[in-house]
Design a protein around this ligand. Structure first.
Ligand code: IPM
Ligand code: MN
Length: 349
């Protein structure tokens, strides 16, 4: 019996999670596994009503689960930064989900904004470091409010933190067994402390993985290749902020936020799966948002807890309907409502 914590969150989060849970229910019967869910109401809404974010007790409770399924958090009525750091980053950090795994896979060339790119050209995975870097929140103001003000925001990179991320990426590349190529995406030409460490650790660890080809690309060049030659990539490993930025571009070339899923992974603990798009306030409650990213995130969750076949079945059903039914991956233009898309996935399982 798996225990899954469910955080619907804000905006369209609960709507897309509902569809993912619908699919999970059917797939569990088909593949013969049992699970129970419990809902947690962490959100901007809850913060506005109670002032509460995620606290240590919540974290301890969540550690009892096999996985967390998250919709989206973020409320336009709350100042930017509070919910993000108090809920999403808090969970990632407190549960030591040090990998953010973001597959970028095109399922139908009709939904790719790039000319002449086919599904076989866009199929790579970004391994984003998820616990350090500039996201660490280190820094300070000096002379705040004066003309001489200085704002420092520090990129914090530990040898151990960088190494565990790079090792994960090498293992992942080997297991994926596709082109067996791992690209380090950084900025060694300017960020000469952080990326010197990353490059050194990458080169050292690479010696243990002689079956994996290695490559390096500066982050700015990486964005260029995503558009020009995405077929060059197999697995990319990068730091927190670069991973954040390039995976939004990745989402666009795979068809948009409506289809992009990710996992916040603690290989030895509780991982959390989410569609990578936000809470989309303007579409909330209209039954028009695309739930496929959330449904794919549920598939990733199952693969992570050991139900690989069930997870793969979800992905295959999504591929089928994206290739044959769905008119667009954008909210309101799919040719189906949010709940109809969930039904279609179930019919194609
Ligand atoms: C993401 C999001 C978050 C991030 C925000 C909401 C804090 O953009 O998951 O990519 O920057 O990591
Ligand atoms: Mn982001």
């Amino acid at each position: 019996m798996y225990k899954i914590a469910v955080i619907g969150g804000d905006g369209t989060g609960p709507e897309v999670v509902r569809e993912g849970l619908k699919v999970l229910d059917v797939v569990s019967k088909k593949f013969g596994f049992k699970y129970e869910t419990k809902e947690f109401d962490f959100s901007g809404k809850r913060f506005l009503a109670t002032g509460k974010l995620v606290d240590e007790k919540d974290v301890e409770e969540l550690k009892k689960y096999d996985a967390i399924y998250l919709g989206a958090v973020g409320d336009p009525d709350v100042k930017p930064g509070i919910i993000e750091t108090g809920v999403l980053l808090k969970l990632r950090f407190a549960l030591d989900q040090y990998i953010n795994l973001r597959p970028v896979k095109l399922y139908n060339s009709a939904f790719c904004p790039l000319k002449d790119k086919k599904p076989e050209d866009i199929d790579f995975v970004v391994v984003r470091e998820n616990s350090e870097g500039i996201y660490k929140g280190m820094g300070e103001f000096q002379k705040k409010g004066t003309k001489d003000e200085v704002a420092l925001q520090i990129s914090y990179n530990t040898r151990a933190g960088v190494e565990r991320c790079i090792r994960y990426a090498f293992e992942f590349t080997r297991k994926r067994n596709k082109r067996k190529t791992l690209t380090l995406c950084g900025k060694t030409n300017v960020l000469t402390y952080a990326w010197d460490l990353w490059q050194r650790v990458f080169n050292e660890v690479a010696k243990e993985y002689t079956d994996i080809k290695t490559d390096y690309a500066h982050v700015d060049a990486t964005t260029m290749w995503f558009v020009k030659n995405p077929e060059w990539f197999d697995v990319i490993v990068t730091d927190n902020i670069f991973g954040d930025i390039i995976t939004d571009l990745g989402a666009m070339i795979q068809g948009g936020m409506g289809i992009a899923a990710g996992g916040n992974i603690n290989p030895a603990g509780v991982s959390m799966f989410e569609p990578i798009g936000g809470s989309a306030p303007k579409y909330t409650g209209k039954n028009v948002i695309n739930p496929l990213a959330a449904i794919c995130a549920a598939g990733m969750l199952l693969e992570n807890i050991g139900e690989e076949k069930a997870g793969k079945a979800i992905e295959n059903a999504v591929i089928k309907i994206v290739q044959t039914k769905v008119k667009s991956l954008a909210a309101g233009k799919m040719g189906y409502s949010t709940s109809e898309i969930g039904d279609l996935v179930i019919e194609n399982l």
